[in-house]
Write a protein that binds this ligand. Structure first.
Ligand SMILES: [Zn+2]
Ligand SMILES: [Zn+2]
Length: 126
């Protein structure tokens, strides 16, 4: 299989999902159509897709990187119980204002990760 075709498959898989999958999860589901796909290849192609701006990487300390096909401005929440990553519709201009107002620094990029419980887990936590 040609690399470019494989990368297309990986991109399609990321775009089709809203659950912010890890490279491993993407690899597992693509093995149904592409049984010899290796995790190393998936990592490499994902890194390329991030570098060319087609996919967003969501880094959470202590967790495997997650990948997101939703490129519009949004932030994330990590649920400590079910380990889900959820998109938070925080308006970019609000956040940007706060970040840009910090004195003396030159901002190149930023991301906000909220830690806590998702709505389902919050219901069951007593
Ligand atoms: Zn949860
Ligand atoms: Zn997201």
């Amino acid at each position: 299989m040609r690399y470019s075709h494989q990368r297309e498959l990986i991109l399609k898989e990321v775009l089709a999902r809203t659950d912010h999958p890890t490279a491993e999860q993407i690899c597992t589901s693509l093995r149904a159509v592409c049984p010899r796909l290796s995790l190393g290849t998936v990592y490499r192609d994902l890194n390329t897709l991030v570098a060319i701006g087609k996919v967003r990487r969501v880094s959470i300390p202590g967790e495997a990187d997650r990948f997101d096909g939703e490129l519009g401005s949004h932030q994330h929440m990590f649920c400590r119980k079910c380990r889900k990553v959820i998109s938070l519709p925080i308006p970019a201009d609000h956040l940007e204002h706060l970040v840009m107002d910090c004195p003396g620094i030159e901002v190149e990029n930023y991301s906000l990760t909220v830690f806590g419980l998702c709505s389902e887990c919050a219901k069951t936590e007593s």
